[in-house]
Design a protein around this ligand. Structure first.
Ligand code: PMV
Length: 325
């Protein structure tokens, strides 16, 4: 039996603009994790009739969070988990039909909430299969495989999610370029608050594309302004000036609102966090639901967290951004 896991992620600056070539900053969140466990026969004793058992050359997928157990060869063509498995066997040029495996998946990362659930579960699958097959795989190769699964989820992804999750370190990302890890000179604290509204990234990314096609100059200017913020933010993080990130987060959020990807629930959480003393706050990820992030200090953290919960956040996670997450 082998097990591997992968973290969730948040985008600090630059979502959506990153799809159009602007830089973005993302960090892994290790409290949020997806895990894949691979078992090969003989399996533990069957306790109930519904327990999946592999026969000749059968791969079973047991997706706990989705409450689904199914055979790989019966998976629909758009199945993300099946695609990650097939791509990994393809990477190693191994005949998938010869393998008898059970792949058990679990995750505490909310789905469709801008925190990288899809990329994390696929990364965990690729890592666990590589371990099972006793084969080396680099972070860059994992990221390339998971990028293909992201296309299924996102349509036209920038590649930032698969990159930050496969490398599991803070990254400065520009689409099509190798990721640049960046240094966090002084750790800082963020609260990640979930609106509880699932919002598939494919929809928001598609709508921003349609809006950009309609008003290219206006949207290009918004993307450029976001990219400038990401560059300034990186410098502050590398210089150990995290408090300077607050106003930049607020400005980035205003630009995201102008792109049309915020919503009343996100704006309410952001206003609540700022009212309770957060240094800055913005939506994180695709928007229209999902999560927001707030920059706090050890003094303001508890008050901001309580205020976010009162304002309707379904879950608030506290995380410290450091160089080695
Ligand atoms: O998966 P999410 O919701 O964190 O969105 C990823 C960020 C976007 O910039 C909106 C899309 C992309 O592919 O970069």
């Amino acid at each position: 039996m082998v097990t591997a896991s992968a973290p969730g992620k948040i985008i600090l600056f630059g979502e959506h603009a990153v799809v159009y070539g602007q830089p973005a900053l993302a960090v892994p969140v290790s409290q949020l994790r997806a895990t894949a466990t691979i078992t090969s026969p003989p399996y533990p004793p069957v306790l109930n009739a519904k327990e999946p058992r592999a026969g000749q050359g059968e791969i079973w997928i047991e997706a706990h969070n989705l409450n689904r157990t199914y055979r790989l060869d019966e998976a629909p063509t758009h199945d993300l988990l099946a695609l990650a498995i097939r791509l990994t066997f393809g990477h190693y040029q191994l005949p998938i039909t010869n393998y008898q495996l059970r792949i058990t998946l679990s995750s505490n990362i909310p789905l469709a909430s801008g925190v990288g659930s899809g990329a994390a579960i696929c990364t965990a699958i690729v890592r666990a299969l590589s371990l099972h097959l006793n084969s080396q795989i680099s972070n860059s190769q994992i990221s390339t495989i998971v990028f293909e699964t992201e296309k299924l989820l996102h349509g036209t992804p920038s590649g930032i999610d698969n990159t930050v999750i496969a490398y599991e370190q803070p990254v400065y990302f520009i689409k099509g370029r190798p990721p640049e890890p960046f240094t966090v000179k002084q750790p800082f604290h963020l609260l990640i608050a979930d609106t509880g509204l699932p919002s598939p990234t494919k929809i928001t990314v598609g709508e921003v594309r349609a809006a950009w096609q309609n008003e290219p100059e206006r949207y290009d200017a918004l993307f450029l302004a976001v990219g400038k913020i990401a560059n300034v933010a990186r410098a502050h993080i590398e210089n150990g000036e995290p408090e300077a990130l607050g106003p930049l987060m607020n400005r980035n959020h205003i630009l995201l609102r102008k792109m049309g990807v915020s919503c009343a629930e996100l704006d309410a959480l952001i206003d609540a966090a700022l009212g309770a003393g957060a240094l800055g706050a913005k939506l994180s990820g695709g928007g229209r639901g999902g999560n927001m992030i707030a920059l706090v200090t050890t003094e303001t953290q508890n008050r901001v967290q309580a205020t976010l919960e009162q304002a309707g956040a379904k879950r608030v996670i506290s995380t410290t951004i450091t160089h080695n997450q």
